[in-house]
Design a protein around this ligand. Structure first.
Ligand code: KG4
Ligand code: ZN
Length: 334
């Protein structure tokens, strides 16, 4: 079972993506059609518009993916699709396409968890060793997950309010950058010559949970104060202060979890894993503490179907298929 061809579909948010993955590791094609330009003008993802755009793109992207992968439909072994969590209307478009194809080709359907996808994106480029800890940071999620063994997830920490990416997007918006704002804050922070000190939300001493809404409010307060006093806002210094607070808490809690759980690796996953400051800080701390760090390449950090194909392959190996009656699970738990 080294050459199974899984066609994977991901439409949980504002990216229509189709990939063909061979043997759970080899990405033959990974097409991502982003709707960012459409949503940018609204300052965030508009669910109704997202589903409509998925409908417009899905068949085209599927056909293009099969063509570019150079495979025949009859050679596909299974169809994988993100079952949740995500926007229900968006998820449904991918699910209907996946069911249709699975039924027409008479091959198994594999419903996949979006976060399992972000985690197993690492498997496309690295060798995973268990137990390990995954730090999942995206627009919708901030979680510390213990991977005791393959396919087994135990969440030990999560955000109590905003997800990291969400906090980045709100801060970027206050600094007048378009959606998605994470990359703008990242760049600004790297360019900054000064830093405005901002608070860190450590929560209870033994907690692995996170909270970013207080930090976000501190940034908004600084923006408003400058406006009221008619002072010029030092945007780079504010971005750097925000990013320093986020990174300090994420890195400290992730490494504490690694040592407490006896993990042999730390995996960084999700859209915010593209953050250069976070990657650098984690790499430095992991090196200092002798912890192997796995980070996916940039193209596999944000939402994409290859990661869904990688996660689905583990289910394929176990013969864990999903009934065609399967439904979208907007708040699917890991
Ligand atoms: O994983 P993802 O593509 O979608 C979700 O499943 O949420 O993550 C998107 C999030 C957005 O909030 C975006 O602003 C953030 O990832 N992001 C970043 C960076 N690149 C993307 N945040 C901080 N720094 C970055 N370089
Ligand atoms: Zn995601």
């Amino acid at each position: 079972t080294k050459n199974e061809l899984i066609l994977a579909i991901e439409t949980s948010c504002d990216e229509t993506s189709v990939s063909v993955v061979r043997g759970g590791r080899e990405v033959l094609v990974n097409l991502v059609s982003s709707q960012i330009e459409t949503h940018e003008q609204f300052g965030g993802v508009v669910p109704e518009i997202a589903s409509r755009q998925h409908v417009e793109s899905i068949t085209i992207i599927m056909e293009q993916a099969v063509r570019e992968a150079g495979v025949e439909l009859k050679d596909l072994s299974a169809i994988a699709v993100t079952q949740g969590p995500g926007l229900v209307g968006s998820l449904l478009v991918g699910i209907v396409a996946a069911k249709t194809l699975a039924m027409a080709l008479d091959i198994p359907l594999i419903g996949t968890h979006h976060i399992a996808g972000h985690i197993y994106a690492n498997q496309l480029v690295h060798e995973l060793i268990y137990p390990s800890i995954a730090l999942v940071v995206s627009g919708g999620h901030t979680e510390l997950v213990v991977l005791e063994r393959e396919g087994d997830f135990r969440i030990i920490g999560r955000t109590r309010d905003d997800a990291v990416g969400e906090a980045y997007d709100k801060v970027a918006r206050a600094l007048q950058f378009p959606y998605p704002g994470g990359p703008h804050v990242d760049r600004l922070a790297a360019e900054a010559e000064e830093e405005i000190e901002l608070p860190r939300a450590w929560l209870e001493p033994d907690s692995y949970d996170f909270s970013f809404s207080g930090l976000k409010s501190a940034v908004l307060a600084a923006v408003n104060q400058a406006k009221m006093k008619g002072q010029e806002l030092n945007k780079p210094a504010l971005a750097r202060g925000f990013q320093a607070s986020v990174i300090d808490v994420l890195v400290t809690k992730a490494l504490r979890a690694v040592h407490a759980e006896g993990a042999r690796q730390l995996l960084l996953c999700g859209g915010v894993a593209a953050n250069r400051g976070l990657r650098a800080a984690l790499a430095a701390r992991c090196q200092a503490e002798g912890v192997p760090l796995l980070v996916p390449p940039m193209s596999l950090c944000s939402d994409n179907a290859a990661m869904i194909g990688a996660a689905a392959h583990l289910k394929w190996k176990q013969g864990e298929f999903t009934a065609l009656e399967m439904k979208a699970e907007p708040s699917f738990s890991l």
